[in-house]
Design a protein around this ligand. Sequence first.
Ligand SMILES: *Cc1c(COP(=O)(O)O)cnc(C)c1O
Length: 403
Amino acid sequence: MSLANGREYLAIPGPSVVPDRVLRAMHRAAPNIYEGDLVGEVAGIVRDLKALARTAHDAAIYIANGHGGWEAAIANTHSPGDTCLVLATGRFALGWSEHAAGLGVTLDILDFGRAGDVDLDRLAAHLAADTAHRIKSVLVVQVDTATSVKNDIPGIRRALDEAGHPALLMVDCIASLACEEYDMDGWGVDLTLAASQKGLMTPPGLAFVFFGPRAAEARETAGCVTTYWDWRPRADPARFYEYFGGTAPTHHLFALRAALDMIAEEGLEAVQARHAQLARAIWAACDAWGAGGPLRLNIADPAKRSHAVTALGLGGAHGAALRRWTEENAGVTLGLGIGMAPPGDPAADGYFRIAHMGHVNAHMVLGALGAIGAGLSALGVPHGPGALDAAAAICAEPFASSG
Ligand SMILES: *Cc1c(COP(=O)(O)O)cnc(C)c1O
């Protein structure tokens, strides 16, 4: 028995909280997959997904988690022996690169550590040195979910343009699509990757690959691709059965339709502004706690922090102890630190993450912060005062959406 009984908040960075409306949309009988309503729905789903990524180009849907999307993105654009430049800012870009290596692609890794974003000067120097244009593609995550850093995608495009480098720009937006500002076509991104279970509030199991004309051209000579991962039959929703490479993910599509409707009703700019303001509330609380104890935001510069997930260091084994405390005593499940220390190193227990992506509002964030504060007290971890007041003051600011 504890104070945890009641509705829980799963504050891990994927899967995110699934809204009741999305859950209800799935609670229905299996539909015909050869004709009928669902067949007609897919064109609208694809249109609305492309609006989130801000692209007029193609979108393929895979029945896969994000890892499947990683594989699809590489397979359709590369041949064994090609070189990928990996801009590593935490565990997730490295994870993507492991899939590229598994397909026979050669990796060229620029590692920017675990507490910062891509250094554009270092990138520019690296691109300038590649006079033979050996680098076929640049892999980067918009938000690295492990470190909670946000990379400057337009800045990376600029570095490629200024170097006159033809590499494809491929961006993983799995943690950030719908949560952060993003403009695939406006920013000159060739390929964008997303998945259903984070900002899109749908259960895990759908991966989305958006590809522009330069990526489509790379597909024509890609030697890594196999029949299942080929995106060409998946580019035309009217060919419903081929579009999914077999049976459609029926109930995921009902769920996704409901989630896309919720985003459209709120307005994408308002969704993004909600994420931005709630993120600032979390940072304000963490700054207050940190002024009197060991708690540290992993990314020091607020301009480089994700609005969807916050990685924190607490030292010792306090991160793991806090997660256990809030789950067992307050009904809040926090994310564990990943990739912050070498495998097996007990220092990993010093980290934790708060996910604030998707179906999250002020009372959930204030409640999670209250639970964290209670946990710090219960565990005897020193912390400064005023954290909840600081977060509430941010929530009290007028809501400012550009939409
Ligand atoms: C969650 C995540 C992934 C992996 O997604 P899975 O569905 O777990 O395979 C990849 N990249 C980023 C940035 C993520 O946040």
